[in-house]
Design a protein. Structure first.
Length: 249
């Protein structure tokens, strides 16, 4: 089992120290990382069963390109797989796992305290159909997940990188849609949301321009619970933009 102390208390992927092997800027940055006592207790109790042991290719959030996730052995059963990218504190993935006990949920998050907080909630609710990986989602989608293995992919409120010079760090780009289309089932769905107007526009443009996916703006996805993050956006008067897409036929 991964030891919490070895995990990215601080993913060490700031702009200044981007590892040399990564050609693209990453969509996340340094994060403070001490676990609370409660998080550490949940980690000690649940990490072995819930947190995947990810072989690394370099930094602590990287993914060895030879690593493959086998959902049947990871979850101990075959079931539709939902993958959440940037699951934060895990409010959505745990609530959805409770609502859909017949589906498997995999949360990808680079922020270890968020993963630990997700374990706190998993323990409180008793869900057993959630697994987590402290891993860069881009790398996980590129190689670790089998092609066509994901029923739904969720990208809720990816970091907005609102300064223009940081836009290159945004997760949702046309090249990223190739990875999305790679892992989705042919009839699978990619769901996105942002509270940042110009990222919402970018998402709509990316989906419209991409040869890999088709879709566009939709009504708020009713399967999403209101996270602290979404609440904050609403409290500041921001409009939430929801989109949905699927692989191009
Ligand atoms: C703004 S927060 C939103 C969290 C959550 N989805 C919500 O709605 O409350 C974005 C999250 O994405 C994570 N993240 C950013 N880039 C990522 C990547 N490449 N792989 C995995 N997680 C990532 C960050 O660590 C952060 O927790």
């Amino acid at each position: 089992m991964p030891d919490a102390a070895d995990l990215p208390q601080d993913p060490a992927t700031s702009a200044d120290e981007a590892p040399r092997y990564r050609r693209e800027p990453v969509s996340f940055t340094r994060r403070g990382g001490r676990l609370t006592e409660k998080q550490q207790a949940a980690w000690d109790q649940l990490a072995e069963a819930y947190v995947l042991d990810v072989p690394r290719a370099g930094p602590s959030t990287s993914v060895d390109p030879d690593w493959r996730i086998d959902p049947a052995s990871t979850f101990g059963r075959d079931a539709p797989l939902v993958v959440e990218i940037g699951s934060g504190r895990g409010e959505n993935v745990v609530a959805a796992a409770e609502r859909h006990p017949d589906w498997n949920f995999l949360a990808l998050e680079v922020w270890a305290p968020g993963v630990a907080q997700t374990l706190v909630q998993a323990r409180a609710t008793g869900v057993t159909n959630v697994r987590l990986a402290v891993a860069n989602a881009t790398e996980t989608l590129a190689t670790a997940l089998e092609p066509g293995s994901v029923h739904e992919l969720w990208t809720w409120f990816p970091d907005p990188w609102h300064k223009k010079r940081h836009h290159k760090r945004r997760l949702v780009t046309v090249p990223f849609t190739e990875l999305v289309a790679r892992v989705l089932e042919p009839e699978g769905t990619w769901r996105l949301a942002t509270d940042w107007a110009d990222y919402g526009e970018q998402m709509a443009e990316v989906v419209a321009e991409s040869p890999h996916v088709e879709g566009g703006p939709v009504e708020r996805f009713e399967g999403r619970v209101l996270t602290k993050f979404e609440q904050k956006g609403l409290a500041k008067g921001r409009v939430i933009h929801d989109l949905a897409a699927r692989p191009t036929r």
